[in-house]
Design a protein around this ligand. Structure first.
Ligand SMILES: [Zn+2]
Length: 270
């Protein structure tokens, strides 16, 4: 059995990456948790998405980006239970959903007109319609996809050299880019949300049974350190690599994707 990580290509600069891949923002996310067992507040860095939309009734209880709310563990447990119930989804609090997870849809801002099949805004994976169709055919049970809302879209093509903004900060490119008055002709793009992860491969130094907070010894982020032992596999065709944000696919999925010659992605053998 072989596994392949979906990877971000190398760019000439951070400007080029920002110019092509843009940024995402979310309106609704689960609060972080104040856990009285481990005494930690965790969930701020939860960059994964819940694979379903927030039920109308619970929207007011989910914190927005600007207002990072936290909840006590009991309160959080109750909130998550109500979330599963309202959404009509089976799930285990603090296992299938974690504090800080965001809800679709995402807002997407990008300084250049997006044309690639894969886009890699920080914390998210977006794909074009044709890649979404392929993934839905191959991995229907194992992932959810949601259209992103194209909010600010630049009019220039990404193939030209990335502009360098006056501030020098890659995320400011969009402030100085000419935007399309009407982005409705662009895309659509879809957020890819794997529903499962492989077993944990990282070295866990500490873990709280009550809230799931973990302290890992080494987080391996270098591409050449990607290792997916078959023992970690839980039988899914697309999944997160343990507790990380890296997305992994099985060989048949990789072959089908590669046959479509997708742009702006690398397949990394694990
Ligand atoms: Zn805890």
């Amino acid at each position: 059995m072989r596994f392949w990580g979906l990877g971000v290509p190398d760019y000439a600069s951070d400007y080029e990456s920002s110019n092509i891949n843009g940024e995402i923002e979310t309106e609704l996310r689960l609060p972080s948790v104040d856990c009285e067992v481990c005494m930690m507040t965790s969930g701020y860095a939860g960059l994964r998405s819940v694979p379903f939309e927030c039920p109308e009734m619970l929207r007011s209880e989910m914190s927005s980006n600007g207002d990072r709310r936290s909840a006590l563990r009991e309160e959080h447990f109750d909130l998550q239970r109500r979330l599963f119930e309202e959404a009509g989804v089976q799930g285990r609090p603090f296992t299938d959903i974690r504090p800080g997870y965001r809800f679709p849809p995402l807002y997407f801002d990008v300084p250049s007109r997006p044309r690639a099949d894969f886009l890699w805004p920080f914390g998210g994976l977006l794909v074009s319609t044709r890649i979404r169709i392929l993934l839905m055919d191959l991995c229907q049970e194992d992932l959810a996809t949601f259209p992103v809302i194209l909010r600010k879209v630049g009019g220039r093509d990404a193939k030209f050299p990335a502009p360098i903004p006056r501030t020098g900060e890659p995320e400011d490119i969009i402030k100085e880019s000419p935007l399309l008055a009407d982005p409705s002709g662009v895309g659509p793009y879809y957020e890819v949300i794997p529903r499962h992860q492989s077993k944990e491969h990282r070295i866990i130094e500490l873990q709280c049974d009550a809230c799931g907070w973990v302290k890992t010894k080494v987080v391996q982020t270098e591409k050449w350190n990607w290792r997916m032992n078959e023992d970690y596999w839980q039988g899914h065709s697309i999944f997160y690599w343990g507790g990380t944000l890296h997305v992994v696919v099985t060989e048949n999925v990789k072959d089908a994707l590669q046959a479509a010659r997708p742009s702006n992605v690398e397949f990394i053998e694990m």
